[in-house]
Design a protein around this ligand. Structure first.
Ligand code: AMP
Ligand code: GLY
Length: 421
């Protein structure tokens, strides 16, 4: 079987790596991929939002299955387009992907199906939002409803801050059209975790729980990023909590979407806060998380291609995914300036040493220049190690990270602190 993976980050590198290990898979392509991914897949320079171009390529190369990494093509309707052309593709349709593409839709959907989440109000009118903000109970989160590359949620401590944010999002349109509508919601308190699930719209198979580290600095300080590291599994989600998450969140979401005529096939990502009143949804995503995937997939024993095909065919009930014992840790190495404007073009050394530590290197933004590897964006590399325990995995991952150098490199030194405290 030939597979195309769409996307260019560490998540896609992990997907390509896991799919390459499948007995069913003969060849993997990546569009556009990156030079690190290029070591195990044939990369082709087609952008993730060039849906027509991607479909043409799939037809030309007789590709059997397309796997979509990022949310943008899903919310644009790539699955609908491919299905019309009878091309097999893994992911939710445009209307199902709205669970991530529109926070206003997601929140109203959660209210309708009694899925626990922070209380909220949706605003389309700036003056109404400003007048609400004058009398709200603080702190609150103010969120652009549309896609904003993970930067669209801002915390406000008081009404002055809230009004300022509303002006920026709805007046200055700092997130573009994504800020046409906003959600203002209560602030939840508790540890934040991720549960991703495989689903064909009928059967729901949660993966092991994981935890991302959104802020750039140790101790969860500094601005939010796309994610600075992850580990899997968490000790916050025991078997009973997983059952609660399945019954109170994943099932009503998947079955609710089905009722709304938006059958959900693919990965449903639930970002959850484990509050004293139980798990509550911070956000749903319509795809694998990044960097969570780089910590979760190395623990999956089963054949990933097998699972994807079962989902596309609506046969997931025949699958029983097997997981390895042990823990995985992924540490993200980022460029100077990230999450702001990142420096690029720095030479990376020490890339070979990961083997000694039995670690995996997932490339997010690297570029090959002759014999040299250069940085090519904000998040450069994800270094994952698997071991019996989290401390052992941390040791192997950090040993590897410390051998890799580029000017301005930074990474968090406290990944998985909630698991080892
Ligand atoms: P989002 O874009 O909705 O995922 O929000 C980004 C991050 O902001 C989340 O990962 C949380 O860490 C934080 N956050 C968002 N909404 C809330 C909330 N209602 N209460 C507390 N933290 C939140
Ligand atoms: N790690 C957060 C996300 O993938 O959206």
């Amino acid at each position: 079987m030939k597979i195309l993976v769409i996307g260019s980050g560490g998540r896609e590198h992990a997907l390509v790596w896991k799919l390459k290990a499948s007995q069913l898979v003969k060849k993997v392509y990546a569009a556009p991929g990156n030079d690190g991914i290029g070591m195990m897949a044939e990369t082709v320079n087609i952008k993730v939002d060039d849906i027509e171009g991607l479909a043409k390529f799939v037809q030309e190369k007789n590709i059997d299955l397309t796997v979509v990494g990022p949310e943008l093509p899903l919310t644009m309707g790539i699955v609908d387009y491919f299905e019309k052309k009878k091309l097999r593709i893994f992911g939710p349709t445009k209307t199902a992907a709205e669970i991530e593409g529109s926070k206003a839709f997601a929140k109203e959907f959660m209210r309708k199906y009694h899925i626990p989440t922070a209380s909220f109000k949706v605003f389309e009118d700036k003056d109404e939002a400003l007048s609400f903000a004058k009398n709200a109970a603080y702190p609150v989160f103010i969120k652009a409803s549309g896609l904003a590359a993970g930067k669209g949620a801002i915390r406000a401590e008081n009404s002055d801050e809230a009004c300022d944010i509303i002006e920026k999002v709805m007046g200055d349109m700092i997130f573009g059209e994504a800020g046409d509508k906003i959600v203002i919601e209560d602030c939840l308190v508790g540890p934040e975790i991720t549960v991703m699930a495989f689903t064909d719209g009928k059967t729901i198979l949660p993966m092991l729980s994981s935890q991302d580290h959104k802020q750039v600095f140790d101790g969860d300080e500094g601005p939010n990023t796309g994610g600075m590291g992850a580990y899997c599994p968490t000790n916050i989600v025991n078997e009973q909590m997983m059952q609660t998450i399945k019954e109170q969140i994943l099932e009503p979401a998947v079955y609710g979407l089905e009722k709304e005529g938006r059958r959900y096939k693919g990965i449903l990502y639930a970002g959850l806060m484990i509050t004293t009143f139980g798990p509550k949804v911070i956000e749903f995503n319509c795809r694998f998380g990044d960097p969570e995937t780089q910590a979760v997939l190395p623990l999956l024993q089963s054949d990933l291609a097998d699972i994807f095909i079962a989902i596309v065919d609506g046969n997931l009930s025949i699958i029983e995914p097997m997981w390895k014992d042990g823990s995985a840790v992924c540490i993200v190495m980022a460029s100077k300036g990230y999450p702001g404007k990142a420096e690029t073009g720095q030479k990376i050394t020490g890339l070979r040493t990961y083997r000694e530590n039995h670690a995996y290197l997932f490339h997010s933004a690297t570029k090959k220049d002759g014999k040299n590897w250069l940085t090519n964006g904000g998040r450069v590399l994800g270094v994952t190690a698997v071991s019996k325990t989290i401390p052992a995995a941390l040791k192997a991952a950090y040993n590897t990270v410390e051998n890799i150098h580029f000017d301005g490199a930074h990474y968090r030194r406290d990944i998985a602190y909630q698991a080892v405290k």
